[in-house]
Design a protein around this ligand. Sequence first.
Ligand code: BGC
Ligand code: CA
Length: 284
Amino acid sequence: MTDVEHVLAVNCELGEGPIWNVQEQKLYWVDILQNTIHTYQPERQIHQAIEFEDHVCAMGFRKKGGMVLATRKHFAMWDDDLQTVEELEFDLKDNRFNDGAVDRQGRFWAGTMNPSSPTGSLYRLNHDLTVEKMVTGVTISNGIGWSPDNTTMYFTDSPLCVIYAYDFDPPTGSISNKRVFIQIGDAGVPDGLTVDSEGYIWSARYGGAKVVRYSPDGKFDREIALPVEKVTSVALGGPDLTDLYITSAWEGYTEVEIQENPMAGDLFRAVVEVPGLPEPYFLG
Ligand code: BGC
Ligand code: CA
């Protein structure tokens, strides 16, 4: 069994969206519901938390400096201050942004969610800061990633228990040929994901107390058990990109459940053999 290390008792209500910054050797992740960006530098064991006035749901590193963000309803840029780029779905009151990721051509993708109706969409923020709606009819937008050869994009809709695959065209960023890549039948729902350098997919299992690795042809490869149920997302980081960082949540728990799950919301790490790929920068 792979050892899982309890890295940080950070107690996120909804820890999400970890990304590793190679240059800074630092992990970034969000607590969506507590409006916070967290960072952790393992070498020096320094943890920082930056609070915002609104949810920060997804983010990427920006080449020009700072971060590209998806807040509750906006694409935004954040450096010392927050600059709104565009508001989305202002007419859909119960929708908010959820997971997002930067592709290798430097575009930022982020999707919206509404657990009770499939009114979410997946959007692409281009280099010129124009926004395109790429997928509609989504329930909970989650787990986005690309194969190492950049011909396939993965995209998760959690309550449907599906990770979809699309053909991806790198120069234009267009997607086609949607198909079911993984249909989950056991405990929990698929949440955040990352693709490693062999093209295998690590998918966090929210409500399932584990992360699961799938082969590029959609077969179960292995799983790592976690001491928390609500496992939200994964990122490969560390000096060799072989440290699998895992975020978690306590959202929706009663007071009693919170007491019974003292590590829910914390940050975990498991060392794996196959390294990840460096996180691309947003080029807008
Ligand atoms: C969302 C949560 C949701 C979970 C499981 C997360 O990405 O932010 O609100 O409960 O996925 O679907
Ligand atoms: Ca997620």
